[in-house]
Design a protein around this ligand. Structure first.
Ligand SMILES: [Mg+2]
Length: 458
């Protein structure tokens, strides 16, 4: 924990839903739910208008529909989210060289590196207000909530206190006072199971954690977990802000607007990502032992699977083989197999457990050098048209009427609302779902896949 409030946490408000409302004028001020729209889908983000009706992230879409039947249920447009995220992260990197993204819509910024005249509360407050205003301008109207404090723990808690569109600066010396009345679950690492164990011991608030003391917490939770909570409950958090280039993993991921269900395509994309990861490892003089794949399904549930090698590698084919084996496990799983086949919308490969050295040649066994690993011809990712899927919310363009988005589809008919970020709310028209005048719209310049650390939350 620092002596001055120099850790800033910025979190865009209801990010996916806010981007949809920005780009779909008719949805502004209305309940919007982004997530898996199918039978087993879960809510990724709900707009504040939908939250009023009790809709929450991670709730089943079925439940969300029953709570808020009049909401717009949209399947998500990652190209738009990546674009907005890139604008915000770029802006943060302009104000400090030390930016640690946690996900598309969240990052820590180290203000010690921001060149401010001082780090007094008044100075960082003005700075944070100005930053929020700049985010709003640069993104055409998205709002961010910001917390500034002496540690990551407090900055992240603070950004959540005055959401949406809020700013909370925690004055140095007031951290414990702020934490004490809060529920113990505010502390990272206190999930449902830990919370239940603590509750049975009569511990429900941070003040209770503080009072319990180190020995009691270690007895209840073990040395590492108990010891960590003991420190955090006293606001003692020295975790540094770590920029991407110092990330503890090297990873590559790609998000797809269309669900991928062709296994050969998925394997090919994983192999290509594994090759990119290995190239980046070698460029940084690093190698790593743990290979992770991350998969987000069509219903927005996301999971990762890891395997640990005998020794570190920076060899593309080795990473690719591990990634394929992990995918094969998912495909064979009784729950995950059907999910993979139903469609994947994000794939990632990462290597962690990094060492700044390479173990010579341990992986150069015969099959690693095989021609099977050479760049395979990949089939193109399927276009929505080919799947016959007009996903609600997706961008489309009509030969005469221009750009719009899919309002709904079914029974051979697709209904489009013709509006964009730059237009007023537009009219709705219906077409046969194979109307040749209508096609999916994607941004003119194809973007590189996002390269966020796999370790961040989904
Ligand atoms: Mg957010």
């Amino acid at each position: 924990m620092r002596s001055q409030a120099s850790v800033l946490h910025l979190d865009l408000d209801a990010f996916f839903a806010a981007v949809e409302q920005r780009d779909k004028p008719s949805l502004r001020g209305k309940p919007v739910v982004v997530g898996g729209v199918g039978g087993r889908g879960v809510v990724a983000t709900a707009s504040y208008e939908a939250r009023v009706h009790g809709v929450r992230s991670a709730m089943s879409t079925r439940e969300a529909r029953s709570r808020c039947p009049h909401a717009a249920f949209l399947s998500g447009r990652f190209h738009a989210y990546r674009e907005a995220s890139g604008v915000v992260m770029g802006l943060l990197r302009e104000v400090s060289p030390l930016v640690e993204p946690l996900s598309l819509d969240e990052a820590f910024v180290d203000l010690e590196q921001a060149g401010l005249p001082d780090l007094e509360v008044a100075t960082v407050t003005d700075f944070a207000q100005d930053l929020r205003r700049r985010v709003h301008e640069a993104t055409d109207g998205l709002t961010a909530s910001v917390g500034v404090a002496t540690s990551k723990l407090l900055a992240k808690i603070a950004s959540d206190l005055d959401k949406p569109d809020g700013l909370v600066v925690v004055a140095p010396g007031t951290e414990q006072e702020l934490l004490r009345p809060m529920r113990a679950t505010i502390i990272p690492g206190v999930g449902p199971a830990t919370a239940e164990r603590l509750r049975r011991a009569g511990i429900t608030t941070v003040a209770d954690l503080e009072e319990a003391g180190l020995d009691e917490l270690v007895r209840l939770l073990g040395r590492a977990h108990g010891g960590g909570l003991h420190l955090l409950s006293r606001a003692r958090d020295d975790r540094p802000v770590v920029a991407e280039r110092e990330a503890k993993s090297v990873s590559v991921e790609g998000t797809y607007d269309t669900d991928l269900s062709d296994l050969r395509l998925i394997e090919g994309l994983l192999a290509r990502q594994a090759g990119e990861v290995a190239t980046r490892l070698r460029a940084a003089g690093l190698s790593g032992r743990t290979v992770t794949i991350k998969v987000r399904f069509h219903d927005f549930t996301t999971l990762s699977r890891s395997t640990t090698l005998a020794s570190p590698t920076d060899h593309g084919p080795t990473v690719a083989r591990s990634a394929r084996a992990l995918l094969a496990e998912l495909v064979a799983g009784p729950d995950t197999g059907p999910q993979v086949r139903a469609g994947v919308r994000l794939l990632g490969v990462g290597v962690s457990g990094l060492a700044d050295w390479v173990q010579e040649d341990l992986f150069a066994d015969a099959e690693d050098d095989g021609a099977e690993e050479e760049d395979e011809e990949l089939p193109e990712p399927p276009r929505a048209r080919h799947l016959g899927a007009w996903a609600p919310g997706m961008d489309v363009v009509h030969a005469e009427l221009g750009r719009g988005w899919v309002w709904g589809a079914g029974r051979g008919v697709v209904t489009v609302r013709f509006e964009t970020r730059e237009t007023p709310a537009g009219p709705v028209r219906s077409f046969p779902d194979d109307d040749p005048a209508l096609r999916a719209w994607t941004p003119p310049v194809p973007e590189e896949p996002a390269q966020d650390p796999l370790s961040g939350p989904a």
